[in-house]
Design a protein around this ligand. Structure first.
Ligand SMILES: Nc1nc2c(c(=O)[nH]1)N[C@H]1C(S)=C(S)[C@@H](COP(=O)(O)O)O[C@H]1N2
Ligand SMILES: [Mo]
Length: 353
């Protein structure tokens, strides 16, 4: 969207960055209502119609556009450069975080090239030796703790292949008003790749689930960002019922190939539909707990949501928050890139999403 501003045409993002009050006045006019064409363009820029735009208070748009310029297709986009990867939008280099532009989500099965990346710690070194010798441990509230190699996982349990949706718990955060801390994801922290592995349920049952087990706790091989060896990059867990779901998998192939290193090679969890953070990469251990897990990324306000409405932006210690479970459904258009221009006179358009 461009607004006339003196002699130069500037993007609304630039305007809001430099002079939010002026930009608001231009976009909303004096009555505080977003004007027709501006509304349409703004809708396109934020990736959808803006419901209730007529009554949207001036001042909300700066927050909408506070996401990184790259995520808006404005200015110098920061682009991921990595072998085999599409030019994803780079949100952070350390830890490495990159999101998929919406139009690259237009495939039924998400390819490696277009799969978003979310790390909380360092990327571990590529394990040397035979990947089939990689070991995972199942312990905690089980009758017989187990250590299994990838080779044993594959030969001892039924192997299943599923297309599974994985979405970062923070997907869409850039649209929050007021702005909130954390990666300013647009809509692109989501994927639907085809994963092959074994059911977590089968492996837990082989170890013998004790009646006292109510939760899982996950560990991976990635070092903490600080390098501290006594701190985990992330270590989340879920209710036992979700761990026992037939679609909750320990996977070792993505789209028919060994899992690429950045996506958790050689073994990761894949917990579809729930926050992506549960899908532990570089998996080394699943511990069954007799209480809600207390690993890195658990408790407080991490991956937890208020159970009662609260004032946006107000502080909370998360005391009455509940674990975030099934992610809300989100729909986006993927057939056209943001900022696409259509030839004059275009009368119809095929849209997909
Ligand atoms: N070991 C480990 N597993 C992890 C993470 C991580 O930082 N370390 N990030 C989690 C988060 S927050 C998400 S959204 C998904 C992202 O998986 P991807 O990088 O393959 O897209 O992995 C999850 N598993
Ligand atoms: Mo995430």
């Amino acid at each position: 969207m461009a607004l006339r501003f003196g002699r130069t045409e500037r993007s609304v993002q630039e305007l809001y960055r430099d002079d939010p009050a002026r930009a608001d006045a231009l976009a909303f006019g004096r009555r505080g209502a977003l004007k027709g064409s501006a509304l349409a363009a703004m809708g396109a820029a934020v990736g959808g119609a803006i419901p209730f735009a007529g009554s949207m208070p001036a001042g909300t748009l700066p927050a909408l556009f506070a996401r990184p310029a790259a995520a808006q297709g404005a200015g110098q986009p920061q682009v991921l450069r990595m072998d085999g990867k599409a030019p994803l939008i780079l949100l952070q280099e350390r830890p490495l975080v990159a999101e998929t532009p919406e139009h690259l989500l237009d495939e039924a099965v998400t390819s490696y090239a277009n799969h978003f990346i979310r790390n909380n710690g360092q990327v571990p070194e590529v394990a040397s030796g035979d990947p089939r010798a990689w070991r995972i441990t199942i312990d905690g509230e089980v009758n017989t703790p187990l250590t299994l190699t990838l080779g044993e996982l594959e030969s001892r349990f039924p192997v299943v292949t599923r297309q599974l949706q994985m979405e970062c718990g923070g997907n869409g955060r850039a649209f929050f008003a007021p702005q909130t801390r954390g990666n300013q994801w647009g809509n692109g922290a989501i994927s639907n790749a085809e994963w092959t592995g074994v059911r977590l349920r089968d492996v837990l049952q082989a170890a013998g689930v004790k009646p006292s087990a109510i939760f899982t706790g996950h560990s991976g091989a990635d070092p903490h960002l600080s390098g501290a060896t006594d701190r985990a990059a992330i270590g989340r867990g879920m209710r036992l019922a979700k761990a026992m779901d037939e679609d909750t998998l320990i996977v070792f192939r993505m789209n028919g190939q060994p899992i690429p290193h950045i996506h958790g090679a050689p073994v990761r969890l894949l917990v579809p539909g729930w926050p992506g953070s549960l899908s532990q990469k570089w998996l080394t251990r699943v511990t069954l707990r007799d209480r809600v897990h207390d690993g890195a990324g658990m408790g407080g306000t991490s991956y937890r949501i208020p159970q009662r409405p609260m004032v946006p932006g107000s502080n909370s210690n998360g005391a009455d928050f509940a674990e975030m479970e099934s992610m809300p459904v989100r729909s986006i258009l993927s057939s056209h890139a943001h900022g696409s221009r259509l030839p004059a006179g275009t009368r119809s358009l095929d849209l997909r999403g």
